[in-house]
Design a binder for this molecule. Structure first.
Ligand SMILES: Nc1ncnc2c1ncn2[C@@H]1O[C@H](COP(=O)(O)OP(=O)(O)OP(=O)(O)O)[C@@H](O)[C@H]1O
Ligand SMILES: [Mg+2]
Length: 575
């Protein structure tokens, strides 16, 4: 609840003024029927025109005042609730930024999207209803009860027959709907996951002509949502006919029992009209309170999902870091008996007993068949994941002992599946360092062999690259990603298969520039092509999560079977 109270305090005036104006409006609600009754009984019945006019003017003024207070009340309630939602949304977003890869894998992206949008909207709707009704409805309820009891005790008692009936209905509805809301939100997660995956991969779907398959898959998920939301929401809608029935039954009972007193002159018509209005106000107030409870049930399901994110145990943090003030200043890397697996209850390790030492400033190649663990191995350096056993040291300090931000500041990774964002070339490069000068942009682009093609664009560095870099070729994208990483001026740069779409000549030029201009940066290059790593100071050969060879090209070609296999298979293809 703390996440909400913070914003309720921050926007206290809306949280105070909203209910305040709604209560003022409610006061008008029970004065109006009273004046109305007097007009009928004292004015109309006795033909007193002045009385009618005077009281009519009061009624009109009151109606205007009620409209103004009603509008103000609604306005503040909406403001308060949307500010509250915005605040919570910002908090959840901040928390999502802190989540580790593992946390995100656990929640799934679609679910995180639902939680930060739909679930928070449920909270917002509830807050809005609450602000509008939490004081207004009780005030209306009590006020209308007092008014009706003061008019006619016996008739007013009819209301107590209806209340238990309504209470029972609400109880059953809440009991039934509550678990169904959780399921409904889960179905929305599924939908968001599917939409996200399909839209980001639209090109693949089109090239495999799998549209029909995706449409069918989506229809199934969509049907599931229909089923879950119908099952939850229909229960809620029962409330409306039930309370309408309660109002009608009460009115009927009142008219029935009022017949006699009216005939013998004990009660006047105007009083009866007012009385019926008060009773329906009592029921409306009860109905609104019921609505608050029902919406609260729905919001509670969403609240639980938001809290899950806010309280997610971020397994990858730097709370226990011993050397938070240290930065990576040389770039020497050491893996000591490292074991790692993605699913902690899996039997087999993805990385098994990794021991390797990389000197500061070295150019190191990593090679191995697909799925051998190359990406996983380098992910442990900037702590995208944490080793399960053993230690990863940089400059002799365990990576877990650096502040995560300062560690990642100095270790740049060009991920295998990298992303660019809509905007210009320069904007994308400045992701690496927002304060970089134009000269620095050109400098890194030259190293990444990107400058010449960027200069070829009509607007050069100010050219728009389209959504996700849609206007660029695969190799151009890769080179921009490398330049972006270099702009961080890292002490360690890791290229995970980042030149796979670049021709061999350009690939060699990148490595040459790396060697000549990044002398004191440690360079780790993962590649499929042996030519991409053969001139490295050291090559690490991975096979099924184990290191099966470390050395130069000439050493490995003599001693490492796996390396030989890769070498000859690629050589054969060339010939
Ligand atoms: N996020 C993940 N969750 C679970 N398992 C994963 C994940 N990423 C990789 N794996 C598994 O870990 C193993 C090693 O994968 P990794 O991505 O490190 O291989 P790789 O050598 O980089 O392969 P490639 O050359 O195809 O990029 C594979 O068996 C893969 O299925
Ligand atoms: Mg990989």
């Amino acid at each position: 609840m703390k996440i909400y109270s913070r914003y309720a305090k921050k926007y206290w005036y809306s949280f105070l003024l909203g209910p305040f104006f709604m209560v003022l409006e409610a006061c008008g609600e029970f004065i109006l029927p009273y004046i109305n009754a007097n007009i009928i009984d004292k004015g109309v019945a006795k033909g007193d025109v002045n009385y009618i006019i005077n009281n009519g003017i009061i009624m009109a003024l009151l109606a205007i005042a009620m409209m103004i207070t009603g509008i103000l009340g609604a306005n503040f309630s909406i403001r308060g609730s949307s500010r509250l939602a915005a605040g919570v949304r910002a908090d959840v977003f901040r928390q999502i930024q802190k989540l580790s890869f593992e946390n995100i894998d656990d929640f799934t992206t679609g679910s995180l999207i639902t939680r930060i949008t739909n679930d928070i909207t449920q909270i917002q709707n509830f807050a809005q209803t609450l602000l509008r009704g939490m004081f207004r409805s009780p005030v209306m309820l009590i006020g209308a009860l007092i008014m009706s009891f003061s008019m006619n005790m016996k008739l007013a008692a009819i209301i107590f027959l209806v209340v238990p009936f309504l209470a029972l209905a609400i109880f059953i509805i809440i009991k039934t709907a509550s678990p169904r809301y959780g399921k409904m939100q889960k179905a929305i997660d599924g939908l968001n996951n599917s939409v996200g995956e399909t839209i980001t991969n639209e090109k693949v779907i089109k090239s495999f002509v799998r549209e029909d398959y995706e449409i069918k898959k989506f229809a199934k998920i969509n049907d599931e949502l229909v089923e879950k939301s119908t099952s939850a929401l229909k229960v809620m809608l029962f409330m409306q006919p039930i309370s309408a029935f309660a109002v009608n039954a009460t009115t009927l009972a009142v008219v029935w029992f009022a017949g006699r007193p009216i005939m013998i002159g004990d009660m006047e018509i105007g009083t009866l009209t007012a009385f019926i209005t008060y009773l329906s106000q009592v029921l409306t107030a009860l109905n609104f309170l019921a609505n608050i409870v029902l919406q609260g049930t729905r919001a509670a399901a969403s609240h639980r999902r938001i809290v899950e994110v806010m309280n997610a145990k971020i397994d990858l943090n730097d709370d226990m870091a011993q050397c938070k003030d240290k930065t990576v200043d040389r770039g020497e890397i050491e893996f000591c008996s490292v074991n790692f697996r993605y699913f902690k209850n899996n039997k087999d390790n993805v990385l098994e007993n990794i021991n390797v030492h990389i000197n500061a400033g070295e150019l190191v190649g990593i090679i191995g068949s697909t799925g051998s663990g190359k990406t996983t191995l380098v992910s442990l350096i900037p702590r995208l994941y944490d080793a399960d056993q053993g230690e990863v040291l940089i400059d002799g300090i365990n990576v877990k002992d650096y502040a995560i931000e300062s560690l990642r500041e100095k270790v740049a990774v060009v991920l295998q599946k990298n992303t660019l964002f809509s905007g210009t070339v320069a904007e994308n490069l400045r992701w690496g360092n927002e304060n970089a000068t134009d000269e620095e942009l050109v400098e890194v682009a030259k190293i990444a062999q990107a400058d010449s093609f960027i200069q070829g664009f009509p607007l050069g560095y100010e050219s728009d690259i389209g959504r996700g870099g849609a206007n660029l070729s695969g190799g151009q994208k890769q080179r921009l990603c490398i330049a972006r990483a270099l702009l961080k001026k890292p002490k360690i740069i890791i290229l995970d298969d980042s030149t796979s779409a670049v021709d061999t000549v350009t690939d060699a030029s990148i490595r040459k520039a790396f060697r000549e201009q990044l002398g004191d940066t440690t360079k780790i290059i993962i590649a499929q092509r042996i030519t991409s790593v053969s001139d490295a100071d050291k090559i690490i050969v991975l096979d099924e999560g184990k290191i099966v060879g470390v050395g130069t090209h000439n050493e490995l070609i003599k001693s490492c079977m796996t390396y030989q296999e890769i070498y000859y298979s690629q050589k054969d293809k060339e010939e």
